[in-house]
Design a protein around this ligand. Structure first.
Ligand SMILES: [Zn+2]
Length: 331
């Protein structure tokens, strides 16, 4: 179901003109859903001010990921995650283990898209190119897209969705009309999470764990994060009990430790915690130790995708965390 805060933004954007949009803002607010909603509405045979009709032939083709006038440009890992089919050659290469799915938007995919942009629209309602996450273009692909944005073939519209728009070429940003994603209220986000199957008591906890970003909260839920475990692991860690965090992957562990460290620093400076309830945080630690820990976590997060030894890394992270958490605070 379309989240209410996305539906409101969709309505607002569809009322405006523009052949190239950049949807920006932090992850987890629904950039992709909004971009797809726009694409579907632009292609729909009977669009309403609220968006696509949802039952015409064009809408059906979008639903089954087979619309001839819609090109999605994404890293292969994202296409697989979101259920979009890869090109025949790309799929064959991955099936034959010639290479892994790409985490960047590939030059080959960009070439296909530029060819697509030059063709005539199959259904006569123009064509749409959806790029997500746009910051995963490298310099070559970004420059190729820029050329098309500068001299767009008549009937093609672009919607770029980005979770790190500052990483895009400024020339790409300046060619697009920008829209910054709106944050939902906590009530809206929690109601939506419940509709998506998150148990009612867990919804606020997971929303908090995700820093208020509903889609990230849903991902945490689907990844198996238990709300009670989230509330309890910081104090358990201080006691030396790491059962709750032992099976987290290195990336999730580092991110979670960063959230804990962030909140402890926030509390020490008189601000409210963001990811945990204050009552679930261990007692105040020394600001110096927390700051040092923060720096080491930032360093680790840069190499976390390729840990030298995952087991050793976990031990190391836990030791660092406990040292910082048990440091004495001087009020
Ligand atoms: Zn339709």
């Amino acid at each position: 179901m379309t989240a209410p805060w996305i539906a409101a933004q969709l309505r607002q954007l569809l009322a405006q003109r523009g052949h190239a949009w950049l949807l920006q803002g932090p992850s987890g607010l629904g950039q992709y859903s909004l971009a797809l909603g726009m694409a579907q509405a632009w292609l729909c045979d009977q669009p309403t001010p609220d968006g696509a009709c949802g039952h015409c032939e064009s809408c059906h083709q979008v639903e089954v990921r087979a619309h001839t006038d819609l090109a999605v440009l994404m890293p292969e890992t994202v296409m697989l995650e979101l259920g979009w089919p890869l090109g025949e050659k790309a799929q064959a290469d991955i099936d034959d283990k010639k290479r892994k799915p790409s985490k960047e938007i590939r030059v080959e995919a960009m070439r296909d898209t530029l060819e697509f942009a030059q063709r005539t629209s199959g259904r006569g309602r123009g064509k749409v190119v959806l790029v997500y996450p746009a910051e995963r273009m490298n310099q070559v692909t970004a420059n190729a897209l820029l050329k098309t944005l500068e001299e767009p073939p008549g009937d093609v519209r672009f919607v770029l969705a980005s979770e790190a728009a500052h990483q895009l070429l400024p020339t790409i940003r300046s060619r697009c009309q920008a829209h910054t994603l709106a944050w939902p209220t906590a009530d809206e986000a929690e109601a939506w999470l419940r509709e998506e199957g998150v148990p009612a008591p867990a919804a606020p906890v997971l929303l908090r764990a995700a820093g208020g970003r509903p889609e990230d909260a849903l991902r945490l839920h689907r990844g198996g994060l238990d709300a009670r475990a989230w509330s309890q692991w910081p104090k358990a860690l201080v006691r030396g009990d790491i059962a709750a965090i032992a099976d987290w992957g290195p990336a999730q562990l580092v991110e979670s430790l960063q959230k804990l460290c962030h909140d402890l620093l926030a509390v020490r400076s008189g601000a409210a915690p963001r990811f945990f309830e204050e009552a679930d945080l261990p007692p105040a630690a020394s600001v110096g130790a927390l700051t040092g820990w923060w720096g080491r976590l930032a360093e680790t997060s840069r190499t976390v995708e390729h840990p030298f030894n995952a087991g050793l890394m976990l031990e190391d992270l836990v030791a660092q965390a406990r040292a910082a958490l048990n440091s004495k605070a001087y009020p």
